[in-house]
Design a protein around this ligand. Structure first.
Ligand code: NAD
Length: 260
């Protein structure tokens, strides 16, 4: 379905971003990956699906590096057809103890990076398909883009704002072939969440399994993690012809979390 198209997935060396990169690659899209840590392993996993894969190590908190990454993608593949704004970090603390530098980093990486990548991707998307436009912008928000939890002020603020940015992006392009939607996962067992499980293990002197049960029981009625594969399948749906008129939604995949 996406043969000949290019998808750029930020923060795709791990977790949800890697799952989405694989799902889009399985549809034939060439992939520009981004993120830190081990590069060879994740890029190899995506390349094994038979598409061209490149990595750019832009730090998504730095607008100049985002500009360099978008220029790199355009130079290598012509343009970005599918942009997945996924890179994100977390920090957990009450507001009066929240380090200002963590606030700034979360707003930069989880919110402002999506603005920068979107503004840089849009011109080529709007010019695609003989000027009718074709593009898909998928913002990985969170159930925390819809509801709040204590001790996540920066994250909840950034994700609510990302849902707002999603709606504006969808509206400004509503008469074109460029759509923008948000995905709002509940708990997904990635390194970002394992850190929160580790903190519960340390604070309560409990086992990892008990900490997982506690974490899920507090918020997620299904008592199950959402998986990167499930989120990848939703991203593929947004890219499909059936997604042509899905615009500005914030689609939760959260085991019933926000239904409560
Ligand atoms: P993860 O920690 O597994 O992956 C994060 C990715 O972002 C990694 O590839 C990392 O290298 C990259 N990254 C971090 N800082 C970066 C920076 N400054 N520049 C470039 N890349 C950077 O986390 P994840 O759980 O897969 O999270 C991915 C997205 O999904 C985030 O936006 C997160 O808020 C969101 N999300 C996660 C969950 C969950 O339960 N895991 C739930 C809802 C939303």
């Amino acid at each position: 379905m996406l043969a000949g198209k290019t998808a750029l997935v930020t923060g795709s060396t791990s977790g949800i971003g890697l799952g989405i990169a694989k799902a889009l690659a399985a549809q034939g899209a060439n992939i520009v990956m981004n993120g830190f840590g081990d590069i060879a392993g994740p890029t190899g996993e995506v390349a094994a699906l038979g598409v061209k894969v490149l990595h750019h190590g832009a730090d998504m908190s730095k607008p100049a590096e985002i500009e360099a990454m978008m220029a790199f993608a355009a130079a290598q593949f012509g343009r970005v057809d599918v942009l997945v704004n996924n890179a994100g970090i977390q920090h957990v603390a009450r507001i009066e103890h929240f380090p200002p530098e963590k606030w700034d980093a979360i707003i930069a990486i989880n919110l402002s990076s999506a603005f920068h990548a979107t503004r840089l991707a849009l011109p080529a998307m709007l010019a695609a398909d003989g000027g009718k436009g074709w593009g898909r912008i998928i913002n990985i928000a969170s159930v925390h883009g819809l509801v709040a939890s204590s001790e996540k002020s920066a994250y909840v603020a950034a994700k609510h704002a990302l849902v707002g940015l999603t709606k504006v992006t969808a509206l400004e392009n509503a008469t074109t072939g460029v759509t923008c939607n948000a995905i709002c996962p509940g708990w997904v067992l990635t390194p970002l969440v394992q850190k929160q499980i580790d903190a519960r293990v340390a604070a309560g002197s409990i086992s990892n399994a008990d900490a997982v049960r506690q974490l899920l029981a507090e918020k997620e009625p299904s008592l199950q993690f959402t998986t990167p594969e499930e989120l990848g399948a939703l991203a593929v749906f947004f890219c499909s012809p059936a997604g042509n008129n899905v615009r500005g939604v914030a689609w939760n995949m959260d085991g019933g979390w926000a239904a409560q």
